[in-house]
Design a protein around this ligand. Sequence first.
Ligand SMILES: *Cc1c(COP(=O)(O)O)cnc(C)c1O
Length: 351
Amino acid sequence: MRWNGVIQKYRSYLPFDEDVQIISLNEGNTPLIKADRLAEIIAPKANLQLYLKYEGLNPTGSFKDRGMTAAITQAVHEGAKTVICASTGNTAASAAAYAARAGLRCLVLVPEGKIALGKLAASLAYGAEVISIDGSFDDGLDMVREIVERQPIALVNSVNPWRLEGQKTGAFEIIDQLDGRSPDWHCLPVGNAGNISAYWMGYKQYDKGRPRILGGQAAGSAPIVTGKVVEKPETIATAIRIGNPARWRQALEALDESGGIITAVTDDDILASWNLLAKTEGVFVEPASATGIAALKQQIEMGAIDPTNKTAVCILTGHGLKDPGTAVAQATDPHTLPATIEALEKYLAGS
Ligand SMILES: *Cc1c(COP(=O)(O)O)cnc(C)c1O
């Protein structure tokens, strides 16, 4: 059967009216990649069955498209002409694309200077009105929450319940791709905590087994781990640079009900996992996306998770090309050689 996006595929699990006009870019159906080399590094000789859910292969390069197809479909159904969101970048790019497809006006508020280049470029290309505010993501979210009370504009942040409805399809897909079984551990980065909440909703609703949830936050931006709002969150993983998550309560519920763990990992740990992922498995993600792997590695090393004969899925939330700046900054300069075969042979010989 042709793939026409997550709403069509999982329609019977989603509370849409009969007559909605679906706005889709054929999102979802992302690969679940078995990562044997990486598994052997983070859990030697444990027979850990490690899988990577590569959400960076969605139409705008992040998992946000799963929720956005649902939010924009419902906004159009309710007659919206304008949508708005605050974003660390990926929500903006996704909202901009789906709004373009639906013919809606789209405004996005982003924290000044803290949004990765690929996300900004895409949002502008899709025709969104990008507004840079001299504040954080959290400030932007406060602003958009208030403006939609005053103006006839639809809010498409993950405080919008339709976002979670769409995003929960990620859990359905994982179970389908594992031939009807749930993994033992489900590992993912946690920022505004929409995704962790959505996945847990999805696992519960599909009712084919439940994993334990492992959430990773960046150490400089770890409100759920510390139990305190972070006024000035800092991390290289800009997608999870959030100090006061909107879905905090649901995240705690998911952790509690699943017997899960939430932990903080340093930027160095995040970058080490980001690097390992690309170099051992050929999978290039944006830094935030490596946080689930960094958290799993840390918990195995600490003895808090026994990987023996377990199945773990790590959600790789966004594509590496989203944040070319960080990738280039981490890279060494290319070798330069004269354009001759002799020079190349000499280089190969290591002199
Ligand atoms: C949005 C995002 C996250 C965080 O997801 P939340 O639902 O905000 O917790 C993580 N990684 C990437 C790449 C994202 O775009």
